[in-house]
Design a protein around this ligand. Structure first.
Ligand code: ADP
Ligand code: MG
Length: 463
């Protein structure tokens, strides 16, 4: 019928607009490498900020003592304490708590957000037991993971460049992040020293390196997306400080802000961006990351409903609510292997309040999930390939087989199997059989928390 013709035409056009043939992935990877160079050359030289982390030494394994970590990322924040026992004992004991951030705090005032965090941290500190033993007269120390772009002025200070991922607290932009947390900790009477301020990618890199010396980069695929890697200090023209003894510096790429004419963008991506809290920014993030994948699906379905009567004569009113389809819903549908796609059916029923759907309709929804996730996963792989190219680790040299490990973390990578599988197979496709053998992708579970604690330990006042 005419209706199905129109539905399939929209599906087909969307699929074509999202296409990521290997040639396109190579163009994206090359553009990523070019932008990496530009961002390292000068501040403002590129969409990629290539932020200097002030981390010039990654964990050695010798770190010892009790340290706290706080991870403020997207939807949740985590507090943890860890007792480090050095090379032999490693992580002796570890405890954490996860608190979800009330949405109104994401777009309210700065003090309100930091008070909430400091209060949760103080409550957590109060539950510390004997085992964690803090030596007499010693102040507790904290690694603060803050997953937003920060212009650092030292390892333990920096100001917020901008918010991403649904946060928008105007007065905090340009503010000293450590200062804001310190003041809030004072207000709630919590005595703690912030020893390190790190991006989650940098924390994940540090946590990954603690367990595996071959880790050279970290990538987050969660609410947002970002990457960090170890750069030679001499390859950072914009760095005018003293050359670190290690000769290395960790760079927080802020790759979520990458954009390129080679990115396959659709009408849905353009409207999503236009209506977002940060139009024109974080374009790669808006087609890859967990905050947005479900929303892209909603937008395509809305067009199908409006222009092709996909759900019948009326458009389900729920379908007009932005972000009503979350990425975990999408991955649950994508993962549906039942012959009648009953999970797809029940999700559509629960979320959109459409009581019945035909198998044909469910198949279209499944196809959309696949198109959106595949594009995101393949572009993530292209980004990683771009980093490996920048490092000269994309090909194996005949004699040595230097291994390169990418530490991955984030809810999208962890829970969306089709996404992570597709990302890994696309990376293999880009590398080819031979080079693939020397590249490994590992899941660094909560590496950023451990990583921040480790960096606090190696920058402790009591060394
Ligand atoms: P954050 O990025 O906010 O620091 P996480 O790394 O835990 O936190 O990632 C959370 C994000 O991961 C969610 O916002 C969601 O987009 C995505 N996610 C979580 N669970 C799933 C799932 N089952 N399927 C797909 N995506 C998921
Ligand atoms: Mg996180």
């Amino acid at each position: 019928s005419g209706k199905w013709g129109r539905v399939l035409a929209i599906l087909k056009a969307f699929e074509e607009d999202c296409a990521t043939p290997i040639s396109k992935l190579r163009q994206v990877a090359d553009a990523m490498t070019v932008e990496m160079h530009a961002g390292l050359a000068s501040d403002g030289g590129s969409k990629l900020k290539m932020l200097i982390s002030y981390v010039d030494n990654l964990p050695s394994g010798d770190e010892k003592g009790l340290f706290y970590a706080l991870d403020l990322g997207g939807t949740n924040f985590r507090v943890m304490r860890v007792l480090l026992g050095g090379k032999q004992e490693r992580v002796v004991k570890q405890e954490f708590e996860e608190v979800s951030i009330p949405p109104h705090l994401m777009t309210g005032g700065s003090d309100e957000l930091f008070n909430f965090i400091a209060e949760a941290l103080a409550k957590f500190v109060a539950t510390e037991c004997e085992d964690f033993h803090l030596p007499e007269g010693r102040q507790r120390e904290l690694g603060f993971t803050f997953s937003f772009p920060v212009k650092q002025t030292s390892l333990s200070s920096g100001s917020l460049i901008k918010w991403t991922k649904g946060f928008s607290i105007e007065e905090a932009v340009g503010q000293d992040v450590v200062g804001a947390l310190n003041k809030a900790m004072e207000r709630v009477g919590l005595d703690m020293r912030i020893a390190a301020l790190v991006n989650d990618t940098v924390g994940t890199l540090a946590g990954g390196r603690y367990y595996n010396q071959d880790v050279v980069a970290a990538v987050i695929l969660g609410t947002g997306t970002n990457a960090a890697y170890v750069e030679r200090a001499t390859a950072i023209p914009k760095w005018h400080g003293p050359l670190p003894n290690s000769g290395e510096m960790v760079i927080n790429m802020e790759w979520g802000n990458f954009r390129s004419s080679h990115l396959p963008l659709t009408e849905f991506d353009h409207s999503l961006d236009f209506e977002s809290l940060n139009p024109g920014e974080q374009i790669l993030e808006k087609i890859i990351s967990g905050m947005y994948l479900g929303e892209i699906l909603r937008r395509v379905l809305l067009k199908m409903a409006e222009d092709a009567a996909f759900f019948g004569d009326t458009v389900p009113s729920k379908l007009r609510i932005p972000f009503i389809i979350r990425t975990p819903h999408m991955s649950a549908m994508h993962n549906d292997t039942s012959p009648d796609l009953k999970i797809v059916g029940s999700k559509i029923k629960d979320i959109l309040e459409v009581p019945t759907t035909s198998l044909k309709m469910r198949k279209v929804v499944l196809s959309l999930c696949n198109i959106i996730a595949t594009r995101g996963a393949r572009l993530s792989a292209a980004g990683i390939y771009g980093i490996l190219k920048k490092l000269g680790r994309d090909t194996t040299k005949d004699e040595e087989m230097q291994k390169s490990v990418i530490a991955m973390d984030g809810g999208l990578f962890e829970h969306y199997t089709q996404f992570s599988d597709c990302m890994e197979s696309s990376l293999k496709e880009l590398l080819g059989d031979e080079a693939s053998g020397s590249i490994e992708v590992t899941h660094s579970n909560d590496g950023s928390g451990i990583g921040a604690a480790l960096l606090a330990a190696s920058h402790s006042l009591y060394l």
